[in-house]
Ligand binder design. Structure first.
Ligand code: OGA
Ligand code: NI
Length: 347
């Protein structure tokens, strides 16, 4: 078994030390391994064309989004109005960033989850017992002017391309949030107004090739703590979603985004929509990049079930909390438990 690495980042361990076995601190106990042979590839999540969201057929698209949120917790979107060039520049600059020399990348390194810009590895190396096969650059990105000066300045066009991407994806997030409100029978501004000043974070996930992908994860099964996640992935498969107790691969479709419901939508909808377990697995041959945008409330926003969705038959499942409290508990607990929601149940 290979020794535990002294390198800070996994990508440098993989590329420089040329390991041919997964180091022991990445190996999951047998009962928790991904079991890649039993993953289904033939069930796909709904692909929704957003073109009609802006025309007379809006009601039909809202229905499809509502059904996808209720039945899957996941859907894909096309005709989303984020320009192809914005997407390809984002993916390209992420790739360039992870290809920078080690000492250049390490300028952004931190293992402190409260930092608003940081490059790190695994999930939370301060609290976790088993590491994950991933490096990631995490950025807070709304309001942009509060954070852009912290972002990497190398590659030279990093800030410009990422800022353009963030602005464009934020527009999409707001459209989806409106659609989700409407699909729940709420005023279309309802969720928007529950988010305080709003927040937007993103991760640039880098999953290096892995010599033994059946022993470890890029990310183990988890739910996202935020409101909605808009995921951009490259052409390498790796995302899997839990559906009816079975892991289903969500293989990449060019120029679409994958959208999933996070814990905050589950809370606001009072459990009508479920924040679904998903995970990222790795493979032997190819590196993979995925870029989730986590749209969220601001820290001071108070979140709880929408009063219109609380009835005598369906009492409030969750208590009210600030998003800051939820966020801090999520990072402290880590991914050893799949979700944090049990800490916020109504009494
Ligand atoms: C995440 C996540 C999936 C992926 O970062 O929360 O679920 O495919 N990523 O990288
Ligand atoms: Ni996730």
């Amino acid at each position: 078994m290979a020794a535990i690495s002294k390198r800070l980042l996994l990508s440098d361990l993989v590329s420089s030390d040329k390991i041919d076995q997964v180091p022991s601190n990445y190996i999951r106990p047998i009962s928790q391994r991904p079991n890649l042979q039993s993953v289904s590839h033939d069930l796909s999540i709904p692909l929704i064309d957003l073109h009609d969201l802006f025309g007379p057929d809006r009601g039909h698209v809202i229905d499809r989004i509502g059904r996808a949120c209720r039945d899957y917790g996941f859907f894909q979107v096309k005709n989303h109005r984020v320009p192809e060039s914005t997407i390809s520049n984002m993916m390209q600059i992420a790739r360039e960033f992870f290809n920078l020399p080690e000492e250049e990348r390490l300028k952004s390194y931190s293992d402190d989850p409260s930092k608003t810009t940081r490059l790190s590895t695994s999930f939370n190396i301060r609290t976790e017992k088993v590491a994950n096969w991933r490096d990631f650059l995490r950025l807070h990105c709304y309001p942009i002017h509060d954070y852009i000066h912290e972002w990497p300045a190398n590659p030279a066009s990093f800030r410009d391309h990422v800022a353009e991407y963030c602005r464009s994806v934020r527009g999409l997030a707001l459209e989806i949030i409106e659609a989700i409100s409407e699909s729940l029978g709420l005023n279309k501004d309802y969720i928007n107004r529950q988010l305080g000043n709003h927040g937007q974070h993103m991760a640039l996930n880098y999953y290096p090739p892995c010599p033994q992908p059946d022993l470890t994860y890029g990310l183990p099964g988890h739910t996202d703590l935020n409101l909605i996640t808009i995921l951009l992935q490259d052409q390498v498969p790796g995302l899997q979603v839990l559906r009816n107790g079975e892991w289903v691969a969500v293989d990449p479709v060019p120029n679409t985004f994958i959208i999933n419901i996070g814990d905050q939508v589950q809370v606001i909808s009072n459990d009508r929509y479920k924040s679904v377990l998903h995970r990222a697995v790795v493979n032997c041959d190819r590196e993979r990049i995925s870029i989730p945008t986590f749209y969220c409330p601001s820290r001071d926003a108070v979140v709880g079930p929408a009063p219109e969705l609380v009835t005598d038959d369906e009492p409030a499942v969750y208590r009210e909390f600030t998003y800051g409290e939820y966020y801090d508990k999520f990072w402290k607990r880590g991914l050893a438990k799949e979700s944090c929601m049990d800490m916020f149940l109504a009494t």
